[in-house]
Design a protein around this ligand. Sequence first.
Ligand code: G3H
Ligand code: 13P
Ligand code: ZN
Length: 343
Amino acid sequence: MPLVSMRQLLDEAAKGGYGVGAFNVNNMEQIQSIMEAARETKSPAIIQASRGARAYSQDLFLYYLMRAANELYPEIPLVMHLDHGNSFETCKSAIELGFTSVMMDGSLLPDGKTPSTFEQNVDVTRRVVEIAHEKGVTVEGEIGVLGGIEDGHGAGGTGLEHVTDPDQAVEFVEKTGVDALAIAIGTSHGAYKFTSKPDGSVLKMDILIAIHKRLPNVHLVMHGSSSVPKDLQDIINQYGGKLKPTWGVPVEEIQLGIRNGVRKINVDTDSRLAITGAIRKVFAETPEKFDPRDYLKPAREAMKKVVALRMTQFGQAGHAGDYAPISIEEMKKRYAAETLAAK
Ligand code: G3H
Ligand code: 13P
Ligand code: ZN
């Protein structure tokens, strides 16, 4: 099975009424964790790399690791997605490298911090859609701005300053032709999203539902959707870490989102927590060890466990074999014939 377009995966998810986790990677072990979780749960998979990941691993290493994943797990429909592209050029270089899907995050200026104007966002996203669809590649856009500043993404603040306006979401989709739409509903990247279990005053599921009512056929994307589970925090702290108490996005809220048009759920922090906890445990319990495999294997296993759990909770489990892949070449023709035009 070739690397497939994200549009196909999300169209299938919409038909089946489930969500698909998009998991961030920076290295081989993380890719292996996701592929093993996908095989175990029979899930389609979206693997995403940020600009930071591309710089850390180098594009070609990442690309060939993804090709290897694809060859070694031929039964898994697999998407290679650019997370938070910050400019036209970043998206173009990802498309040229072979990513089958890109996010143009035009909600921020290229510095990844300053909110853009609606017009700037529409302009850059529309230009990315043009070059991507010409190649059969999927585009995710973002309207509204996430909170937080961790990981270098986001405008800071609580996440409530730039919650998506449903009217603007409709206009944005019409003007850009994006395949998927990331919205801001009070979440932020990283571990410190909420200071207690979030309720409707800080996690705006009502806004998500309002957007879905206005755009019932558009694939919605939830960023900053790690659940930051207490057991993973506890393992880190038990073995010498210093995480402050914190709350993420409860899985049941994500499931409510999935019942209301959410098709892609971005998760990075939960994987990071799982990996770090496993490595700390080995270091603390067996300080005499120094072979990286002694701690990278448990780390890989811990990430696989949390990814497999999310795949099951999001409903994508069991759907890997539902459909035959549509080639990127065929997607190119479909975009040209406008059978995949914005809804
Ligand atoms: O969007 C944020 C993801 O967690 C990626 O983070 O830019 O540190 O790779 P990163
Ligand atoms: P988390 O930090 O909640 O895992 O969010 C990841 C994300 O949105 C990547 O784009
Ligand atoms: Zn994100």
